[in-house]
Design a protein around this ligand. Structure first.
Ligand SMILES: [Zn+2]
Length: 438
């Protein structure tokens, strides 16, 4: 994953741009991918696809020709989607258009004006503070032209047409953790899912669709052109900021009591004991908003390694949206740990079925040799009975875990034992064996 990051990270991956396309086609060499194209001006619900933007040349010079900022040194020196501009400006006017990072004095900030357009340059605070001349020479040669917004889709078919959406964004020029890291994890997850049958006893139930897109407009373009798929989207997971050195954060969907939310909550703690949970929009905002939105309402959670949740008012990680978000802050080991965590979440969702009792009454545990001696293991004894009590065709594994406040894994272990003894079966739909009396 890190080799690929090194190849792609410095590309100028603006939302509709040649370098975005270049990065996406390089990723299409890694996994079988369909690339959907949406032309400039195309209506996407209440949005429209923007133009392709190219920065041909940009610099800031003193009037005697000393170059202070040059786009060829770093793609973040120009505001993404900046209007072209050329001329001599006084210092005050320049400062109105020169963006700096709010916290990092030596970093160039990531600034963008996709829809509310203006011209702009970006620099470190240290450079800005050194500007003492009365006037400067600005050159920004950018062009806006018809192009196509691209969304890469990797489909891993399962037995069911019901699908799980995995989403990561590839935009953000010359940055890594946000969100090339999520893209890499997504690609590696897709690669593993494609070989699922070889390493798991059962084939994949759900179909998985990984989308690699430009943030927000990419999701809206895809959803608005694939409305027929929306009813089939049973769940979703947005992947981002997965390379930095922090525990995982799992943000719930707009529907915290959805089956997918409950399942993922019940398994997450065992997959990263240091990890933390947060409500919808409390940790970080991204494309999951488009999937959770009115008219769509797919329960999409978000997995990240956000260090400080949004509601703390601190940045998600120190190098966020700056030129310091480089390959140096991500590690192969952490990317692999995140990939394994995503696979753990997926495995639980695959296994989260309704547990249907083939028995009536309370099971004769010692007869089936599954009795746990309460004198030796009182907790195990109690749990066994509490779990068996809920095997009634109306509770899934994660429902039982949630009810009892225990892990998915511990419920699953008891269910495996009952399956072995042919005392229960599993079902994708509720099969109440004695519906509650009203
Ligand atoms: Zn971002």
């Amino acid at each position: 994953m890190l080799d690929l990051i090194n190849d792609l990270w410095f590309l100028k991956r603006d939302i509709v741009s040649d370098d975005f396309d270049k990065a996406l086609s390089r990723l299409a060499d890694e996994v079988p991918m369909t690339i959907h194209e949406y032309p400039t001006g195309e209506p996407c619900w209440t949005w429209r696809v923007p133009e392709k933007w190219t920065c041909h040349e940009a610099y800031l010079e003193t009037l005697d020709g000393r170059r202070l900022i040059d786009y060829t040194d770093h793609p973040l020196h120009v505001v993404s989607y900046s209007l072209p501009f050329e001329g001599v400006v006084d210092r005050e006017q320049l400062l109105e258009h020169l963006h700096i990072h709010p916290r990092l004095p030596d970093a160039i900030p990531f600034a963008f004006k996709y829809y509310d357009r203006d011209w702009g340059l970006c620099a470190s605070k240290s450079l800005r503070d050194s500007l003492i001349d009365d006037s400067y020479h600005v050159v920004i040669r950018t062009s806006f032209e018809p192009g196509t917004l691209k969304v890469g889709e990797v489909v891993i078919p399962g037995q069911s047409k019901k699908c799980v959406m995995l989403v990561a964004h590839l935009c953000h020029p010359a940055q890594v953790n946000d969100d090339l890291s999520g893209v890499m994890v997504g690609i590696d997850v897709a690669r593993t899912l494609a070989q699922w049958g070889e390493t798991n006893r059962t084939p994949l139930h759900y179909t998985y669709r990984l989308l690699i897109l430009p943030e927000t407009i990419g999701s809206v373009a895809y959803l608005s052109h694939n409305e027929h798929l929306i009813p089939k989207m049973s769940a979703g997971l947005f992947l981002e900021m997965l390379g930095n050195d922090s525990p995982h954060a799992l943000q719930g969907s707009f529907q915290p009591e959805s089956r997918f939310d409950r399942c993922q909550r019940s398994v997450f703690g065992a997959l990263d004991p240091q990890g933390y949970l947060g409500a919808y929009r409390s940790i970080i905002d991204n494309d999951e908003r488009q999937f959770n939105a009115p008219g769509v309402r797919v329960p999409m959670l978000s997995l990240s390694r956000v260090e400080a949740a949004k509601d703390t008012g601190r940045p998600p990680y120190p190098e966020y949206h700056s030129s310091l978000d480089t390959p140096a802050i991500v590690s192969q080991e952490r990317l692999e740990a995140s990939r394994d965590l995503v696979l753990g979440l997926i495995q639980a969702w695959e296994q989260d079925q309704f547990v249907v009792n083939r028995f009536k009454g309370e099971i004769f545990c010692s007869g089936y040799r599954i009795w746990i001696d309460y004198r030796v293991n009182p907790e195990g004894h109690r749990r066994l009975f509490e779990i068996m009590e809920r095997c009634d065709g109306e509770h899934t594994v994660s429902d039982i875990a949630g009810d009892l406040g225990i892990s998915f894994k511990s419920v699953r272990e008891v269910v495996e034992l009952l399956l072995e003894k042919d005392l229960v079966s599993l079902s994708r739909t509720p099969q109440p064996t004695a519906p509650p009396r009203k």
